[in-house]
Design a protein around this ligand. Structure first.
Ligand SMILES: [Zn+2]
Length: 81
């Protein structure tokens, strides 16, 4: 059985700047990209534009999105036109 190591700290309130925010943001970005791809759009994670749902910051590329999340703790992104 593969149920031993599933203790990822999800749902932890990472309001303070922490490395965990970066991981969570990366996960959010990946999910978003997957859903965009699922709708038939071509997604280049280096250039895709993401809008922070919390403060409206526009990040160009997943790296910028992760950097924003790491610095602000914001982890929710939506595709930006
Ligand atoms: Zn933000």
């Amino acid at each position: 059985m593969l149920c031993a190591v599933t203790s990822q700290v999800f749902g932890a309130d990472t309001r303070a700047v922490s490395p965990a925010g970066d991981t969570a943001a990366a996960t959010a970005v990946q999910k978003l990209m997957a859903s965009e791809k699922g709708r038939g759009g071509y997604v280049d994670k280096a250039t895709m534009r993401l809008r922070c749902k919390i403060c409206g910051f526009i990040a160009e590329g997943d790296y910028a999105a992760r950097a924003h999340a790491g610095g602000s703790g914001h982890k929710e992104f939506a595709p930006a036109p």
